[in-house]
Design a protein around this ligand. Structure first.
Ligand code: HEM
Ligand code: HEM
Length: 470
């Protein structure tokens, strides 16, 4: 039986490798389904801004479609895709087989069950209130929590059984993210302190930690593994990566109240959130510098490597989107941007420009190593450029439009004037969104080629196969 990593003294057998590849592939395929579904809903919603009476049936009203879009992009697409990559990264960098394939399949079934049940419930009008990103009725959120716990345990024991001396940097981020998210998901379910202002504070805590302590650390963990693999050189500074990890962990959990500036929440709490939103520049700039310095001098290689281009865009999305977030947290700028479409632009700059591009970079860099099948260069190019141009149009149109909208409100113009002023920006958002959806269809085709279809044989640049990450 062929064994990998024998030079390092540990062995994963062919059978272990096949199991890992099938888990990674199945999570990616499931996630891709949710990406297609949730963003088709997103495009439909985008056009409803111009034509609100288009498909007016109660199951297709904006109020029902919006939480379907946000929950399915969060918990169907991004979560499943990140967990699939995390399984691969954790097992490979620990030079050990995945602890339990059975638990991985159970987790996949539970994640999908929660997403299907949540989508049906929301479309039938069963919505657990006004708390963003936790609109699924609570029994369904319990299913999601069970999936998380199973996943956390599987990842944790895999790292505990590592044959390497140290825990590789990616695994700090992945384990930190998954453990912290179990806590957040429990906090979100416990009912007794969630009344009045307590509910508002918990909502800010939940919302911001969902993006900051779940998607962010997992996506950063992917960067720390995929970049050294693709470039065949170690990460610029391991110490800086550890420093960014701990500062991220200290600062992120206390910034949630910046979603509710000028609300009746205590003023000191709002000010604390603003101060720590500024402190977030430390891990964000530290982490981004680490990635960019790892790429330094190798930019010309990007032209030949779409996985690297996806990761580069993801790093820039992280840097620009998070820095933008710090500015958004200032009271003077919140006065203009709060409740406007500028925030929707920020959400997509970060969740799409950062997290989604990071996932694509990770999938394209690592899935071919697992399955031995590559997508075509045409497929990669089509995906990259349509997604990049589409999301650029999306984010720019809403950032400019949202500013116009906020200034209209400050000038005291009739509300309907701000709606009229937004029309052209919403049309452009629809155009950008259509290109993004097109890119997702191409991605689905590429995923098919890398998993169950007939992909090209693996790339022969052995840098990718045997890079500087463990
Ligand atoms: C680390 C620096 C960041 C800071 C200081 C920050 C700040 C902010 C602020 C102030 C808002 C509220 C805007 C408003 O309601 O007017 C916001 C919203 C949002 N941010 Fe960030 N952000 C950061 C990074 C990120 C990242 C990395 C992500 C995604 C991975 C993200 C995702 C979101 C989302 C989805 C919303 C919309 C929440 C809602 O539905 O109201 N942010 N951010
Ligand atoms: C074809 C691509 C996409 C389109 C056309 C699209 C469209 C939309 C629309 C129309 C909204 C409602 C905005 C509003 O209430 O004013 C929205 C909200 C949102 N979408 Fe998307 N979306 C897309 C992809 C994604 C992806 C991939 C993610 C996450 C990975 C995502 C995350 C979100 C979030 C977090 C919100 C709430 C924003 C906020 O409250 O600030 N979207 N999207």
């Amino acid at each position: 039986m062929r064994a990998s990593f024998t030079a390092q003294g540990s062995a994963t057998t062919d059978c272990d490798d096949r199991v890992l590849a099938s888990v990674f592939g199945a999570y990616t395929v499931s996630a891709t389904f949710w990406l297609l579904f949730a963003t088709a809903v997103g495009v439909l919603m985008a056009y409803k801004f111009g034509a609100p009476d288009f498909w007016p049936g109660q199951w297709l009203t904006f109020g029902r479609l919006r939480p379907i879009h946000t929950n399915d992009t969060f918990y169907g697409w991004a979560s499943l895709a990140l967990v699939g990559i995390a399984y691969y990264v954790v097992a490979r960098s620990s030079r050990t087989p995945l602890y339990s394939a059975k638990l991985a399949w159970i987790g996949l079934a539970l994640f999908n069950l929660a997403a299907v049940a949540g989508t049906i419930a929301l479309d039938l009008g069963y919505n657990d209130g006004d708390l963003e990103y936790r609109e699924w009725p609570w029994p369904i959120r319990l299913i999601f929590l069970a999936a998380l716990v199973v996943t956390a345990w599987n990842l944790l024991v895999t790292v505990a059984r590592r044959t390497t001396k140290d825990i590789y940097l990616s695994n700090w981020y992945i384990l930190g993210g998954v453990l912290w998210t179990c806590i957040i998901a429990v906090v979100a379910i416990l009912p007794w302190y969630q009344h009045g202002l307590g509910q508002v504070a918990v909502s800010g805590f939940y919302m911001h930690n969902a993006v900051g302590m779940w998607f962010t650390p997992l996506a950063l963990g992917i960067f720390y593994y995929a970049l050294p693999k693709l470039l065949n050189r170690p990460i610029y500074s391991y110490a800086l990566g550890v420093f960014a990890f701990w500062t991220n962990l200290v600062f992120y959990p206390i910034i949630g109240s910046h979603h509710f500036l000028f609300s009746p929440l205590p003023w000191f709490l709002q000010t604390t959130a603003i101060v720590f939103s500024v402190a977030m520049l430390v891990p964000v700039w530290g982490g981004s510098a680490n990635f960019l310095l790892t790429m330094r001098g190798r930019m010309q290689e990007m032209a030949h490597s779409f996985p690297l281009m996806f990761i580069f865009v993801g790093v820039i999305g992280y840097l620009v989107g998070s820095t933008q977030g710090t500015f958004e947290a200032f009271r003077s700028l919140q006065e203009v941007w709060h409740l406007t479409n500028f925030t929707v632009g920020h959400s997509h700059l970060t969740m799409y420009g950062f997290v989604t591009f990071a996932i694509w970079g990770g999938v394209y860099a690592l899935l071919p190593l697992a399955t031995g099948k590559e997508p075509s260069r045409l497929g990669l190019g089509l995906h990259f450029w349509t997604a990049l141009v589409g999301s650029f149009i999306y984010v720019i149109s809403l950032s400019v439009g949202g500013t116009v909208q906020g200034l209209d409100w400050i000038r005291g113009l009739p509300f309907i004037q701000s709606v009229a002023d937004m029309q052209s920006y919403w049309v452009w958002r629809g155009v950008g969104g259509s290109l993004m959806l097109l890119s997702h269809l191409v991605f689905a085709w590429n995923v098919w080629r890398m998993t169950y279809g007939r992909g090209q044989s693996p790339r022969d640049d052995s840098a990718a196969a045997d890079g500087a990450a463990p």
